[in-house]
Design a protein around this ligand. Sequence first.
Ligand SMILES: [Zn+2]
Length: 142
Amino acid sequence: MNDADLGASKPVPKPEPTESEIKEWRARNFTVKHSTVVACGHRLEAGHFPKHANCWDCWYAMFETSPDGVASVHDLLMKEGSKAVAAMHGKKFLAAFGKYLRNKLLLQASPEVQAASGLEPTIEGAVLDIGAERMEAKLGLR
Ligand SMILES: [Zn+2]
């Protein structure tokens, strides 16, 4: 005689979400935006140094996407020198930043300078070039 009740919608108490369900939901909705570096397929977290510290593509992508950061590091470099940048951000950062700056400068340089400088500058060469740039700035050549 209880057949009539079968189709009725009884309020079913919702099961409490498990911890893993909550975590999954959080991950789906609140994860900081990650972007993938096209050149190497690594993921880059906004506002963080690359996890793959030896991957030039990651560094390049990070510098390209944070012009403000590049400007402030460049400022520090011009005022305090490369040692201050290394002390603050590490030697790997300095090396990558030097290479990035050099690439940028080369893009703006004349074809003759680009040809003379070679395609793959060494780290030492990059740091030396930064020194030269600072010297030029002091001499008012720029
Ligand atoms: Zn990478």
